[in-house]
Design a protein around this ligand. Structure first.
Ligand SMILES: C[S@@+](CC[C@H](N)C(=O)[O-])C[C@H]1O[C@@H](n2cnc3c(N)ncnc32)[C@H](O)[C@@H]1O
Length: 198
């Protein structure tokens, strides 16, 4: 099996590190490892999504492709009276997210190993967040958009960060075919934040 950051079972030799980040005013500490996305620190696009996302205090939130947890754990602090479900196909990412939730004393999260949204399809969410796995291919990214629609409550929103050069225009077009309304909320250094409302 090839060893991408989106492997189910990364083969890379462990290389544990701790990174400290201030995300949306909250100081968080993350354990990262080889075989997970952006292990040296929070990705620019993920940070832009964290800075931009709108999360109500009581929201039910889903983070698709949570990696070691920066987006979902930041969302959990905003949804202090709600809950955040975080999914990833990569068992190492799931384990790190669990440890990082405990490390930062964040309890309103549920972290599940799942291929796309398979393990959460009976649930319903106000907000779905994703920094999608571009390298897994456009089809995977589009399936996330479709499956997110199915688990969103009416009026709920999918928030996506994507670079222009990695296909933001085609992602926007795909979202427009599925959702009632799609908007580009902000952009910075070639990254776009797209919000699609059911
Ligand atoms: C661009 S990374 C974002 C990681 C994390 N949210 C962050 O901001 O650092 C995309 C994530 O999607 C996960 N992923 C890839 N294919 C997946 C699939 N089929 N189902 C669920 N997650 C997947 C990868 O393992 C990776 O952690």
């Amino acid at each position: 099996m090839s060893d991408h950051y989106y492997s189910q079972k990364p083969a890379a030799k462990h290389d544990l590190h701790t990174v400290e980040e201030v995300l949306r005013g909250n100081k968080l500490s993350f354990e990262t490892d080889a075989g997970v996305f952006s292990k040296k620190g929070v990705d620019f696009g993920s940070r832009l999504l964290i800075d931009t996302m709108e999360i109500a205090r009581n929201a039910a939130v889903l983070d698709v492709g949570c990696g070691y947890g920066p987006i979902g754990l930041s969302a959990a602090l905003l949804a202090a009276g709600g809950s955040v479900t975080m999914v990833d196909i990569n068992e190492r990412a799931v384990e790190l997210s669990r440890r990082n939730a405990a490390r930062n004393r964040i309890a309103n999260v549920k972290i599940v190993q799942s291929d796309l949204l398979a393990e959460v399809k009976e649930m319903a969410f106000d907000v779905v967040l994703t920094n999608p796995p571009i390298r897994a291919g456009k089809e995977t990214v589009h399936r996330i958009f479709e499956q997110a629609y199915d688990v969103l409550k009416p009026g709920g929103a999918l928030w996506v960060v994507i670079q222009k050069k990695q296909g933001a225009p085609s992602a926007f077009a795909k979202l427009e075919t599925i959702y009632g309304q799609t908007i580009e909320v902000t952009k910075d250094k070639g990254y776009r934040i797209l919000k699609a409302i059911k």
